[in-house]
Write a protein of this length. Structure first.
Length: 315
């Protein structure tokens, strides 16, 4: 054995138990393990935020709980660059005040990557105890935990390493009465039009929508309206962590908040799992509860989104 070789000395200490050597090696392995785990997104924290948010209860537009949901977001994002984008939506029940929240984290590179979700529940389910734990709740928790991640980085380095990242919490994704192009996605249609008028859309490198991806049985479909190169980028990000089996095993078009951006030429992707419960039986029912949401799934979501941001910033 070469006495000058540290790796061989450590190996000998481990296998032969040299006095005084094994504890040091154990410490090395312990801290190596901590370092490796620290590279993963904190899905448990995202679940904590989800739990707090869902405890508000059903949060359909015009309800007192919707006001509480707005206050919840405002309180948790008060130290960030937050904009409240208020507008009046023309709905089947008449004009309804709605409110998007936009949070901006500056980056060193030109361009913006938008991460979005919706946060309200369905007006037409207001007589059902529909809390939307996975549908609106989990992805709100996910984005709040991502906000923690970006906030910490900006506190250290003043700017994110890549592009600026904007988090958007949309109001009014759900239909008020019955889903149609005019009765749905109120917040995203409003904001896409507004950003189209003021030139903001030209700055957006990628729009990433997260919807219903806290499900314990994670199965994120290939939403076929999404931009091909962005789908490929997400697939590459998922493969890095060994998560390929959770992504794009089936193809399906979905009408969702990304379409207002797709239709204006913005590279966009909808990360959505519409296989929620047996035969999608939990979707839009009182069974959409917190026990169906998994910190493991939220960790997978966060890992892949953060890696996708890194890859898009490098393009």
């Amino acid at each position: 054995m070469c006495s000058a070789c540290p790796a061989l000395r450590l190996s000998r200490a481990f296998w032969l138990g040299e006095p005084g050597r094994l504890p040091v090696l154990a410490v090395i392995f312990f801290f190596f393990g901590l370092s490796a785990s620290a590279q993963h997104f904190n899905g448990a924290k995202a679940l904590d935020y989800t739990r707090e948010f869902v405890s508000i209860g059903p949060r359909w537009p015009t309800s007192p709980n919707h006001v509480k949901a707005e206050s919840f977001l405002r309180e948790h994002l008060k130290h960030d660059q937050i904009e409240e984008d208020t507008f009046m939506a023309n709905t089947p029940i008449g004009p309804v005040n709605m409110r998007n929240f936009i949070v901006r984290f500056p980056g060193k590179k030109d361009g913006v990557i938008v991460l979005a979700t919706h946060y309200e529940t369905n007006y037409w389910l207001k007589n059902l105890n529909f809390v939307g734990a996975n549908d609106g709740g989990a992805t709100t928790g996910l984005l709040l935990a991502l906000a923690d991640h970006f906030r910490e980085q900006v506190a250290r380095t003043k700017q994110l390493e890549g592009c600026s990242v904007w988090l958007v919490f949309f109001d009014g994704e759900e239909a008020i009465q019955s889903w149609s192009q005019s009765d749905s996605t109120y917040g995203s249609r409003h904001l896409a039009a507004k950003w189209g008028r003021d030139g903001t859309l030209q700055r957006i490198r990628a729009f990433i929508l997260a919807d219903m991806i806290g499900d314990k049985d994670l199965d994120i479909q290939h939403e076929t309206n999404s931009t091909d190169w962005l789908v490929s980028t997400v697939r590459q990000a998922a493969s890095k962590f060994g998560y390929a089996k959770y992504f794009f095993q089936r193809d399906e078009p979905v009408e969702d908040d990304h379409l207002a951006f797709v239709n204006r030429g913005v590279p966009s992707i909808d990360l959505i799992d519409l296989n929620y419960g047996p035969n999608n039986s939990y979707h839009h029912t009182a069974q959409d509860t917190l026990d169906k949401v998994s910190p493991r799934s939220l960790t997978i979501d966060g890992d892949v989104i953060l890696e996708t941001i890194r890859l898009v910033s490098q393009r």
